[in-house]
Design a protein around this ligand. Structure first.
Ligand code: SF4
Length: 331
């Protein structure tokens, strides 16, 4: 009999490592599947898959994920996380891959009861019904109805687990049992669960309902300001907070954007998007000493540029109270 092939939804976190490892212990060939969007990346998955020595497929779902965040059929969680729809979408994509590439088993590292809403028994079985195929959850399998994979002996139910809840005790035992030396901390994860980033996304969708994945990407890189341009139009400015963000903003800028940087003094790079103005000049300003001195309610394009030049200079501490030149250039 040829080796059984499993496709495992894989974030690279501990639960997905243990799920993959459980199947590897049964001599099943495991391929990890992970998704990448503006809100989460595949870094952890790449490291963990390498550590386990398994193949990893990374699927870019940035466009689809943004569409979902703009219009989630099942609404939002505590923040802008669209977990129910996001989950369904990931499983639907996994099923497509499974059918196309003839995997025998679809599995995930979900743990019964770990998340009260999305991982209770009803929610786990609902997703399964929705995608129309059994999903094996190796960590909680013995607490869930037997899947077709177990019935057909593709996987041995006796060697699966009965972990539930949020305590992580069961996972601790498996770490020892499987002698797992390296696994990532639970930190990081999906930006949509972060309250600050969620409020940035909310403003973006309010101000620019047609925003795209490039607009979402710049929101990760600095202080965010929105300017009224009149006629209900808004311009978005991002002011870098460190060298890395400054470089990132420059690399993410595209035609139509305006970049502002101080001449002669190290300081922030600012990116302005949505103003629709061709400009290249050095602008002389007296940098405000306190932020309150900056006029924020502006409408015409020149006032917006002037205000952003003041903000850019203000965040260069050495420039405060001094006359400086800000270089302003359309891309
Ligand atoms: S936390 Fe983020 S990635 Fe995870 S299911 Fe929710 S929306 Fe999707």
């Amino acid at each position: 009999m040829s080796q059984v092939k499993a496709l495992v939804l894989f974030s690279g976190g501990l639960d997905s490592i243990l799920a993959a490892r459980t199947l590897l212990e049964q001599n099943i060939k495991v391929t990890a599947l992970c998704f990448e969007s503006n809100f989460y990346d595949a870094k952890k998955a790449k490291e963990s898959a390498k550590e386990l020595g398994i193949d990893l497929r990374v699927v870019d779902i940035r466009e689809r994920m943004l569409d979902l965040v703009k219009n989630p059929p099942n609404g939002y969680g505590k923040n802008m996380n669209t977990c129910i729809d996001c989950h369904s979408m990931m499983f639907e994509l996994a099923v497509e891959i499974m059918r196309k590439d003839s995997f025998d088993i679809l599995a995930s590292g979900e743990v019964l009861g770990q998340r009260p809403f999305s991982q209770n028994k009803d929610a786990l079985l609902k997703i399964q019904n929705l995608v129309g195929i059994d999903i094996l959850r190796p960590l909680s399998a013995k607490l869930l109805p037997e899947t077709s994979y177990e019935k057909e002996m593709l996987v041995n139910r006796g060697r699966l687990h009965r972990i539930s809840g949020r305590t992580r005790e069961g996972q601790g035992e498996l770490i020892k049992k499987y002698n797992i030396k390296k696994y990532p901390s639970p930190a990081g994860g999906c930006l949509l669960t972060d309250p600050d980033f969620s409020s940035r996304i909310m403003d973006l969708l309010d101000n620019w309902p047609e925003s795209n994945i490039k607009d979402v990407e710049i929101l990760k890189n600095g202080r965010v300001f929105w300017f009224d341009c009149g006629e209900a139009k808004k311009a978005l400015a991002i002011v870098g907070r460190n060298h890395e963000e400054n470089e990132k903003l420059k690399s993410l800028s595209h035609s139509g954007d305006i970049i502002l940087e101080l001449k002669d003094i190290n300081g922030p790079t600012s990116l302005l998007r949505g103003l629709n103005l061709k400009i290249e000049k050095d602008f002389k300003i007296l940098t405000p000493k306190i932020f309150r001195e900056i006029e924020m309610s502006v409408f015409d394009k020149n006032s917006i540029i002037k205000t952003l030049a003041n903000i850019t200079a203000f965040y260069a501490v050495k420039a405060r109270g001094k006359e400086v030149f800000v270089h302003i250039k359309s891309i």
